[in-house]
Structure formats: C-alpha cells, structure tokens
Design a binder for this molecule. Structure first.
Ligand code: MG
Length: 353
C-alpha cells in the first residue's frame, strides 16, 4: 500500500493548477493527521456523521418534508448537489473531495419549513432590540442559512469534546458566500451546482405535484429546449435540464480559460439570460402557488411562536446548548429553532402553543 503522502502527491498530480491541493490549508485547530485518510476525506466523514446532516432528512425543500415520498427533502437536495458537483469537479480538474464536502455541508444551517423558515427567523431576529448598546452577533444582523451552516460546523456540532467539527479551512471558508476570503473554485462550483440542482428538481417536483403541466413548461424557452432533447433521447426533463446547465458551466469554464486564463466557474451570461424566464415561471407557479404559500405561512407562524415562547421559557436542551456555546438568549433560541426538523417544530408547537 502506498503511504498517505505518496497518495496525496498522486492525487495532486491530477489537479488543475488553480485547484485546491489535497493537503488542505490546515484545520481550524491543529490536529495530528490521519495515517490512512486525506484531510477532505476526514471532513466528509465528519459532515455525514453529524447530527445536523441527519436532520436534513426532516427539513422542507419546497414541499413540507414527509408530504410525499418522492418530493425532495433538504437531504436529497443536498445529495443531488453533491452528485452534480463531484462529476463536474473531476471534469474541470478541481478538487473533487473538497467540492463534495462543501456541497454536503452547504445547507446544514437551513431552518425547518424551507425559505419561509429562513424569512421568519430573519424577521424575528431583526425585531429583537439588542439588550446592550453593543450590537451582539445574531441580535441585529438577521438570519442567513449560509452563515448558520458555517456556525454549525465551527461551533454548534460537537465531536464529544469542545465545539465544532474542526474541519479544514478550505471547507469552512467555502461555506460563506460573502465571507472575508475569496471563494475557491471548488466553492464556486458547489454554489453553481446548487442552482443547477434546485432548478431541475423543483421543475420535476412541480410537475409531479401537478402545479403546472408539461405543455406549460414547453412555453418557457429553456424547458422547451430541455423537453425537445428529452423526447429525442427518451429521458426525463429533469435530467436534460441538468445536462444543459452543467454543460454550459463546463463550456463557459473552457471558453474563459483560453489564453491560459483562470476559468470562470459558473453559468454563462447567455444561459443565465435563458434561465431567467424559467426562474420567473417557478417563482409564480410553484414558490408562490396558493397551496405552497399556505403551508409556508403556517411554517412561519410556527417559527415565530416557538421563538417567542422559548425566549420566555427556554427548555433544558436549549440551555445546555447555550451553556456549551456561550450564546446570548436570542442567539441560543435562533440556533435551537434553526436546527429543528419540520416535524419536531410542529410537535413542539402542538405541545406548547
Ligand atoms: Mg441548497
């Protein structure tokens, strides 16, 4: 068997010059290296074995988790993002393991009830006046799920001692879209593949739920093109949409790298323009469908009520979490509620409301 440094060198030799190296930029806290696994392989194990990762199964993507067996949950969304990311990372000569870790962790901080959950927590935090004159983190800055994903891996999860998963800086920095560090190519790729995944699977889920018809999708230029390819190949519109978007990403990287430039990782401006009408269609026919809105409003009410109740009467697990992390009252409530699955939040409101 080759030694770990030999295997790392062999893997690095496959990478493009602008890819992240397999040694990683080191961990948040120094730790002795594993004798078998590379740094990003250890990160992937820590993410998949975390409690926050398991809870993704019970969180809404667009449909409330548990509503139908075939609709995406936050967990299956995450796995689709990771799947799309990995394949394109290898094609681009980027670090497949790092890109996969970022994809697997990107939505860990998403609250229950999808985007309405995020909106409700954001409004609740902003409505709380800071108790001291100094602005405390989490009391006036609102809620953003990327920031919460970062907080989960650096503070809220524990490996049995201390706070956080002690991941590599490469993975941790890759979770903040607007952080102090410029995003690596792997992080840019995971972000782009997040959009590719939800565009394709939301179209698929919306069709399945009969929120719109296949014929109506044919009135939108991008899905008309995808439908045509799907008919020709005998495949589903979901897979041809992923293929069209991901191919554009690869072509755009190729075009922008001409003349020895560092490639731009993301959809081309042309495809982005073509995507816009489909996003507008989904916005109107799916995310703002009366049935979806009704469920999302219920989710928002649940979150607002839970936050208010917990501020007055924090339950024991919330106090334990706050004591371990040193969070103030509002932040502890936000951390606790953001971590919940849809069903746990609903059970809590039935018990307390
Ligand atoms: Mg996502």
């Amino acid at each position: 068997m080759k030694t770990l440094p030999e295997r790392i060198a062999a893997m690095n030799a496959l990478l493009a010059p602008y890819a992240a190296r397999h040694e990683s930029r080191g961990r948040m806290q120094e730790e002795s290296p594993d004798d078998v696994r590379m740094p990003f392989q250890r990160d992937r194990a820590r993410i998949i074995h975390s409690q926050a990762f398991r809870r993704l199964a019970g969180k809404t993507q667009v449909f409330v988790a548990g509503e139908g067996d075939h609709y995406r949950t936050r967990l299956t969304h995450t796995m689709e993002v990771a799947q799309i990311t990995r394949d394109r990372a290898r094609a681009l000569g980027l670090n497949e393991e790092l890109a996969e870790c970022i994809a697997l962790a990107h939505d860990l901080g998403h609250p229950p009830f999808g985007h309405s959950g995020q909106d409700a927590l954001d409004e609740w935090i902003r409505s709380r006046k800071p108790v001291s004159t100094s602005l405390r983190a989490g009391s006036a800055e609102g809620f953003e799920h990327n920031v919460q994903s970062h907080r989960i891996v650096t503070v809220l999860e524990t490996r049995g001692h201390g706070n956080g998963l002690n991941l590599t800086r490469d993975v941790v920095d890759g979770l903040l879209k607007h952080g102090p560090v410029a995003l690596s190519h792997e992080a840019q790729l995971a972000n782009a593949c997040d959009e590719i995944a939800y565009t394709a699977h939301d179209t698929d889920d919306g069709l399945h739920a009969e929120l719109f018809t296949y014929d109506e999708l044919r009135d939108v230029p991008l899905t008309a093109r995808a439908a045509e390819v799907a008919t020709k190949r005998g495949t589903l519109i979901r897979s041809t949409l992923i293929d069209i978007l991901a191919r554009d990403l690869l072509d755009h990287a190729e075009r922008t790298s001409h003349g020895g430039n560092i490639p731009t990782i993301g959809l081309s401006p042309e495809l982005r323009a073509e995507l816009q009408p489909l996003r507008a269609f989904l916005w109107k026919r799916m995310y703002h469908h009366p049935m979806i809105i009704e469920r999302m409003e219920r989710g928002k009410r649940t979150i607002r009520m839970l936050c208010d109740i917990y501020m007055q009467h924090p339950p024991a697990p919330l106090n334990t979490l706050a004591a371990r992390t040193g969070a103030g009252a509002e932040e502890a409530v936000k951390d606790y509620v953001a971590g919940m699955t849809d069903s746990f939040a609903a059970k809590e409101i039935a018990r307390l409301g």
